[in-house]
Design a protein around this ligand. Sequence first.
Ligand code: FES
Length: 113
Amino acid sequence: MTERIINHPVLGALTQKEKVTFTYDDHLFEGYKGESLAAALLAQGIRTLRLHEETGQPRGIYCNIGHCFECRVNVNGLEGGRACLTPLSDGMAVKSGQTLPTTVRDWRKNDEQ
Ligand code: FES
């Protein structure tokens, strides 16, 4: 499944762009070199990019301009990459952000015991 604008009156035809492959949570996908990782994932119908650190609620693209940090993913082993600012390249290995403990949360758990 892909959800893309194939012919844009200003940006041109999508077929002019170079196709690349990447993985997201070990599933193989195809995208276009240089498009944002967020756009490539959205085109595949993927909207949940991570889970909130404390509540576990699904999070995804919010501002799409690099301000909110809601789109944090693991890119080639590095945590905290913003999908909306990361250009897609061939062979990129992306993992969704998982729920991480916070220092506040750990402190409360220890205090209750
Ligand atoms: S969606 Fe806001 S920083 Fe990426």
